[in-house]
Design a binder for this molecule. Structure first.
Ligand SMILES: C[S@@+](CC[C@H](N)C(=O)[O-])C[C@H]1O[C@@H](n2cnc3c(N)ncnc32)[C@H](O)[C@@H]1O
Length: 210
């Protein structure tokens, strides 16, 4: 388990260079300033930004291959977790952040420019209105109940799509409640940042109707 800010920063460092870590330091400072005017993340989590947001996002890289077929889609990116962090850690992967709220779209656009993330695309609209594409990876943290999330994003999935869905304490229960055809595609991995949390991991095409 990753405990403490220093350990979390060291863990994230496994996936990037000193320059990448410096980018995330800039993101941490900007997040703290922006959180004064919009509620991007809980105030308590700012004191543990490396554990709660950066390492929590980076750990998804443990569950996906280096090469994927198609872009990484992050649904309901909010303040940029996990999508913005992953775009910073994988400059060679196209990462599409889908977010519908205006202030958050503005924040993501500003940070994309400030961090120089040319691999990052911001789809500032509801997921339901985003033009379908074949995703290599789909992630979503605190976006929607698992069954709803799968139905809403099914049209972006193919047999080669990897799913990495941080789900907190409800991960195993949400997988158990899926229709059988979906259930067999997914399993739960332990989160490295929270002993009580799980990450729903899977691969394959989900049907639009259960
Ligand atoms: C609880 S927040 C989580 C944000 C971020 N993923 C995180 O874990 O910090 C959910 C986000 O999803 C966005 N959202 C909700 N429904 C959406 C939809 N249908 N299309 C796009 N974004 C949506 C909300 O605006 C919000 O920013």
């Amino acid at each position: 388990m990753i405990e403490g800010e220093a350990q979390a920063r060291e863990y994230v460092g496994k996936f990037t260079t000193d320059e990448g870590l410096a980018r995330l330091d800039r993101l941490a400072a900007a997040l703290s300033a922006e959180n004064e005017s919009q509620n991007l993340v809980s105030k308590a989590s700012l004191a543990q930004v490396w554990v709660r947001h950066f390492a929590d996002s980076a750990q998804l890289l443990e569950h996906v291959p280096r090469e994927t077929h198609g872009p990484w889609l992050d649904l309901g990116s909010g303040a940029g977790f996990p999508g913005l962090v992953l775009a910073a850690l994988r400059p060679d992967t196209k990462v599409i952040l889908i977010e519908s709220r205006k202030l958050r779209i503005d924040w993501l656009s500003t940070m994309k420019a400030e961090l120089g993330l040319t691999n990052c695309v911001i789809e500032g609209q509801k997921l339901q209105n985003v033009e379908a594409c074949e995703a290599g990876i789909i992630s979503a943290r605190a976006f929607a109940p698992l069954a709803t999330l799968l139905r809403l994003s099914a049209r972006f999935s193919t047999a080669r799509t990897h799913w990495v869905l941080p789900k907190g304490r409800s991960a195993a229960q949400e997988v158990r409640e899926l229709p059988k055809s979906d259930r067999q595609m997914f399993h739960v991995e332990q989160s490295l940042t929270d002993a009580d949390a799980g990450i729903v991991v899977g691969k394959g095409k989900v049907r639009e109707k259960a």
